[in-house]
Design a protein around this ligand. Structure first.
Ligand code: SAH
Ligand code: SF4
Ligand code: F3S
Length: 436
């Protein structure tokens, strides 16, 4: 009987797409996907290390896996992703029952490492030699999926003062456009209608390598038959250029939603973070985007309690949020990461104060999100179907061009794109009926 693998993914979309690649690689090595942890012979944790809480979650997960492994002979445990990259050998010291530790640049070696582990040879493979071979491995995609993530670059050169990503993902490298376009054409042939382009800083695509620039890549992707929607994450506000902004007027397939992390509304804090833009520059770029595509919406990431953040700095963040009216945002308390500049900075903010700031920021965001959802009532929207609604009540679930989730009653329409009348708005999603 074929052995089976269960992959548990933490962190961002980069990890999600890497997990789908691991599954492709292991399917070719005679592994099938296990429906549950209990059924599996091999477990892979694809880990994240962005904040301390993320690390803690993974160490507690590892405790569970020690017992899981003891319950049946021959079971194997592998740990990949950003925490594995950071911890390397020390992870096996802390959790000796881990058979494989593999870093973010060693994914393509997975079949070989698993085979060795089966012969009771444990491995720690965390060399950061810039191996990018894995990105030509097509991520596993279940039949009937209409939206797919496509890696366009890896790593990051920005070294924002708080961020561990450059340490765990390595230097920025752009994937050759030819491979990206070939993958997207193959996806379109399989029925995919939406692509989400992935990179830590998509706006600097191609610069180092002398590849085509990001706006040209977008233009070429928009010419691929069958691709109706294009999204990209993450944009860096400093590198978002006029050419890319202008495309929002020209290319209908570019979705009217941009995730553009502001992090803080205070210029003093932005400078300490090393973000490379001011609040005014950020607002001027988003204004230009609003002119290029009326109705465009934005989402963001925020960090509160960065070292030295005062109440006035924090108010500037609330104020920027008020001006931007994001459709959604992720906000986090600053978490010091070993090896980053901010970890050694003075001016630590009291956890009680940062906790309270986080609540204030999130409640303002909730108000804005709800106002925008309520404003959609009575409108007809195009929805890309993602599957059945989680409640299993016969409704379908999908996304609007602005990335809002809609649960709707189908009316016999065919295909992945449906016209839906929004009948009511919930806290985080919309409810509607398909127009026949
Ligand atoms: N490349 C993306 C973000 C990647 S990390 C960008 O440049 O925006 C995702 C988010 O995690 C960041 O936007 C930031 O808001 C948050 N984050 C990163 N490091 C953090 C830290 N040390 N403490 C708290 N939040 C952090
Ligand atoms: Fe981290 Fe900054 Fe790079 Fe984003 S741009 S991944 S926040 S270093
Ligand atoms: Fe986490 Fe690594 Fe992504 S640290 S947020 S999984 S790049």
């Amino acid at each position: 009987m074929r052995r089976s693998v269960f992959i548990k993914t933490f962190g961002c979309q980069m990890n999600a797409v890497d997990s789908a690649r691991m599954l492709s690689l292991l399917s070719a090595a005679e592994y099938r996907s296990a429906a549950s942890l209990e059924e599996a012979d091999l477990v892979l944790l694809n880990t994240c290390s962005i904040r301390e809480k993320a690390d803690q979650k993974i160490f507690s997960e590892l405790g569970t896996l020690r017992r899981w492994k003891q319950r049946r002979a021959g079971r194997l445990v592998g740990v990949g992703g950003c925490l594995a990259q950071q911890a390397g050998e020390s992870l096996r010291k802390r959790a000796p029952y881990v058979d494989i530790v593999f870093g973010t640049h060693n994914i393509a070696r997975l079949p070989e490492l698993v085979r060795k582990a089966g012969e009771l040879v444990p491995s720690v493979a965390v060399a950061m030699d810039g191996d990018t071979g894995h990105w030509e491995v097509p991520p596993y995609l279940p039949d009937g999926t209409y939206s797919a993530m496509v890696t366009i670059m890896q790593g990051c050169d920005n070294f924002c003062a708080y961020c561990i990503v450059p340490m765990v993902r390595g230097r920025e490298v752009s994937r050759p456009a030819a491979g990206i376009l070939a993958e997207i054409r193959a996806l379109a042939d399989r029925g995919v209608r939406e692509v989400i382009l992935l990179g830590q800083n998509v706006n600097s695509y191609g610069k180092k390598e002398g590849e085509i620039p990001f706006h040209e890549l977008l233009r070429r992707i928009s010419a691929v038959d069958g691709i109706a929607r294009i999204r990209f994450v993450t944009s860096h506000p400093r590198d978002l250029d006029q050419r890319t902004i202008g495309l929002f007027s020209d290319i209908g397939a570019l979705c009217p939603h941009v995730h553009l992390p502001l992090q803080s509304g205070s210029d003093r804090v932005l400078s300490a973070m090393g973000r490379g833009y001011t609040r005014a520059e950020y607002l001027s770029k988003t204004d230009a985007l609003r002119r290029a595509r009326p109705g465009i919406c934005f989402s963001s990431d925020f960090i509160v309690g960065f070292p030295g953040e005062t109440e006035d700095d924090f108010r500037a963040t609330l104020d920027a949020m008020e001006a931007m009216r994001y459709v959604s945002s992720f906000s986090f308390r600053f978490s010091p990461r070993t090896g980053t500049r901010a970890a050694g900075m003075d001016g630590a903010v009291d956890p009680g104060v940062s906790g309270e700031r986080l609540r204030r920021l999130q409640s303002l965001q909730d108000r804005h999100s709800q106002e925008q959802l309520a404003g959609m009532k009575g409108r007809e929207v195009e929805v890309l179907v993602e599957g059945e609604s989680a409640r299993g009540d016969g409704r379908l679930c999908g996304r609007t061009p602005c990335h809002k989730t809609v649960n709707f009653v189908p009316a016999g329409g065919k295909g992945p794109l449906r016209n839906v009348l929004v009948t009511s708005a919930g806290v985080h999603s919309l409810v509607g009926e398909e127009r026949g």
